[in-house]
Design a protein around this ligand. Sequence first.
Ligand SMILES: C[S@@+](CC[C@H](N)C(=O)[O-])C[C@H]1O[C@@H](n2cnc3c(N)ncnc32)[C@H](O)[C@@H]1O
Length: 236
Amino acid sequence: MRIDVISIFPDYFAPLSLSLVGKAIARGVVELGIHDLRRWTHDRHHTTDDTPYGGGAGMVMKPEPWGEALDAVEALSPSRPTIVIPTPAGEPFTQARAYELAARDHLVFACGRYEGIDQRVIDHCHDTYDTFEVSLGDYVLNGGEVAVLAITEAVVRLIPGVIGNPESLFEESHSDDNDRLLEYPNYTKPPVWRGRAVPEMLLSGNHGAIAQWRRERALERTRERRPDLLAERPPS
Ligand SMILES: C[S@@+](CC[C@H](N)C(=O)[O-])C[C@H]1O[C@@H](n2cnc3c(N)ncnc32)[C@H](O)[C@@H]1O
């Protein structure tokens, strides 16, 4: 997979060289390009924002640098890119969407700042490419960079071969294999820590009973913490 990120703060993406994403890049599973939007400005001050039409507070990202940037990164891969635009006005980003994006050949992330990107750029993306406007949650960040770090990590770990043991993806929270439930609680050694014992069942060696126990805990947790997830499941 090829990933291109366009931002006025390219330094934000240094952490992508660490951990599993960093290893995926080092092994060539993911090819990553980080691009400074200012490269596609043509004035002395490398201006990327201007005052909003209609008045009001804040600045809006100008369309011209974005248009040139998108044209340039599109040419970096033979496949038509999928554009991901983080915005608090987007659809909530989910594990299902992460799986969908992990199957694409070329992702381009467009990081907004200020009051966001001129709407005509977003409309152009929808008309020209497969485009997703996604929100990390019902709160407002200063820019799209943090959202892109989170989305990239969620997507790249789902690419086959990135996680050493693919079985660890099976029972994860929000995954289809786990019926989109929250995961059961996990424990490791020692068997007793500060007076708190590991649940007896997990020491029983009875794998069928342990699987059943974990399923019950997953349902219990989901019912308590995220009843909305249960409501979304089919009646079975
Ligand atoms: C200050 S925000 C703009 C908020 C915008 N004026 C609004 O009220 O919807 C600047 C940028 O941060 C990013 N951003 C902020 N909150 C986000 C969220 N919850 N999810 C994804 N991206 C977000 C987007 O890229 C956005 O263009």
